[in-house]
Design a protein around this ligand. Structure first.
Ligand SMILES: [Zn+2]
Length: 352
C-alpha cells in the first residue's frame, strides 16, 4: 500500500483547509487516491471516488474543511505533529482522522478480494459553514443505499442526530422620552416573551434523542438610555428531533409569545435511522459499541432521508479546541472499524 493512515492524516493536517479554502487539501487527497489506484473526481473543492461495482452502494462521507485555528495552542496547529502517540493539529480529530481512516479502511476492504458491493467515498468542503459541499457532490454520485458519516464519535454509531431551528421573535412598542414616560416599552415586552418561552415543555420523547431543547441565546433592544425602546429582538435556538415537525415547533413558539415570529434557519433537519437497518447493524457489529443519539449537527442533515449512521474515531469534545489531536491508536482502530463495517454492510444488505 502506497500510504498509511498516520502519514495521510499528518499530511492532511499539514495542508490547511479552513472552510472555503480547501483547494490544496482537495488536491492532496486526489493525489493520494490516485496513488491507491482509484479514480477520484473533483466537484469544486470536494472530492469523491467510486470503488467496486454492483451490489449495495454505501456512501462514506466526511469533510475536508476545518474551523479556523483560533487561539490558545501550545503545539503547532498546522504541521501534522506526531508526538507521544498522538497526531496534533487543527482538523486532526474533526474530521481528517475519520477521512483518513475511511480511505484506508475502504482500501483494505477492497484489497482482500473484491467484496460484493460499491463504496462511494466523498470528502466535502464547507461542512463547518454552509454544508454546500455535500449538496454539490450528491447529484454526481451513484445513488447510495445507505451512508456512513465520518465524524469523531469514539466509534459509537450515532443513529439519530438533532436538527437546528433558529427563530427570531421581534417585540414592537412605541418610542417615548424616558423622563416623560408613556410610549410602550419593547424590551419589557420581549422580557415577558423570554419568560413565556422558558415555560414551554415538550412531551414527545425520541427514543435516541430524547426531547427537543429551546434556548433564547441573543437579545437586542434599545439604542439610548433615555429613549423607551420601540423594538427588541430575541434569537431562539431550538435543537429539534424527528418527533416534532419544524412547523409544529414554530407554532408552539407563536402560541406563547406576543412578538412576531420569523424563521431565520431551518436547513438542518433532525434525522434518524431504524435500529434494524443493515447499516446500523453493521456499524454495531464492527465496533461493538452501543448506538446513541447525537446532539451535534453534520452533513447527515443533507442526505435527503438516506439511511445513515454517523461514526468515526476520535472524540467530538476535542473538535474546534486548541491542541486538537487524535490518538494514533484511535486512528488505526478506525481503519479496521470501517473495513469491517463495509464488509458487514455488503453482507447484510446484499442478503436482504
Ligand atoms: Zn466534523
Amino acid at each position: 500500500m502506497s500510504c498509511d493512515a498516520v502519514s495521510l492524516l499528518r499530511r492532511l493536517v499539514a495542508t490547511p483547509s479552513e472552510s472555503g479554502k480547501e483547494e490544496a487539501a482537495a488536491s492532496l487527497l486526489e493525489a493520494e487516491l490516485k496513488a491507491l489506484g482509484w479514480a477520484p473526481e473533483r466537484v469544486g473543492r470536494s472530492v469523491y471516488a467510486v470503488l467496486g461495482s454492483g451490489g449495495p452502494t454505501l456512501l462514506l462521507s466526511s469533510h475536508l474543511d476545518t474551523v479556523p485555528v483560533g487561539e490558545g495552542w501550545t503545539v503547532p496547529a498546522l504541521e501534522g505533529l506526531l508526538k507521544d502517540g498522538r497526531v496534533y493539529g487543527r482538523g486532526s480529530n474533526d474530521a481528517k482522522g475519520c477521512l483518513s481512516a475511511m480511505v484506508l479502511g475502504a482500501a483494505a476492504a477492497f484489497g482482500k478480494g473484491a467484496p460484493k458491493g460499491t463504496v462511494v467515498l466523498s470528502a466535502s468542503c464547507e461542512e463547518e459553514t454552509t454544508n454546500s459541499g455535500i449538496a454539490e457532490v450528491l447529484p454526481h454520485l451513484p445513488k447510495p443505499d445507505a451512508a456512513v458519516i465520518g465524524e469523531p464519535t469514539g466509534l459509537a454509531p450515532a443513529v439519530a442526530q438533532k436538527g437546528l431551528l433558529i427563530l427570531e421573535v421581534t417585540a414592537r412598542g412605541r418610542a417615548a422620552h424616558a423622563a416623560w414616560g408613556g410610549g410602550e416599552n419593547a424590551v419589557s415586552k420581549a422580557a415577558r416573551d423570554v419568560l413565556a418561552l422558558e415555560g414551554i415543555t415538550f412531551d414527545r420523547s425520541h427514543p435516541a434523542l430524547g426531547l427537543p431543547s429551546l434556548q433564547v441565546t441573543q437579545i437586542h433592544g434599545g439604542e439610548r438610555h433615555n429613549v423607551i425602546p420601540d423594538r427588541c429582538k430575541l434569537v431562539v435556538d431550538i435543537r429539534t428531533t424527528p418527533a416534532y415537525a419544524p412547523e409544529e415547533l414554530v407554532g408552539l413558539v407563536k402560541g406563547r409569545v406576543e412578538g412576531t415570529v420569523s424563521v431565520r434557519s431551518q436547513r438542518l433537519t433532525a434525522v434518524d435511522t431504524a435500529p434494524s437497518h443493515p447499516v446500523v447493524l453493521a456499524a454495531v457489529a464492527a465496533g461493538g459499541r452501543e448506538p446513541f443519539g447525537s446532539p451535534t449537527v453534520s452533513d447527515w442533515a443533507y442526505l435527503k432521508g438516506l439511511p445513515a449512521v454517523k461514526v468515526g474515531p476520535g472524540d467530538s469534545r476535542r473538535s474546534h479546541t486548541p491542541d486538537e489531536y487524535l490518538e494514533v491508536s484511535e486512528l488505526l482502530e478506525g481503519v479496521g472499524f470501517y473495513e469491517r463495517l463495509i464488509r458487514g454492510y455488503f453482507e447484510l444488505a446484499g442478503a436482504a
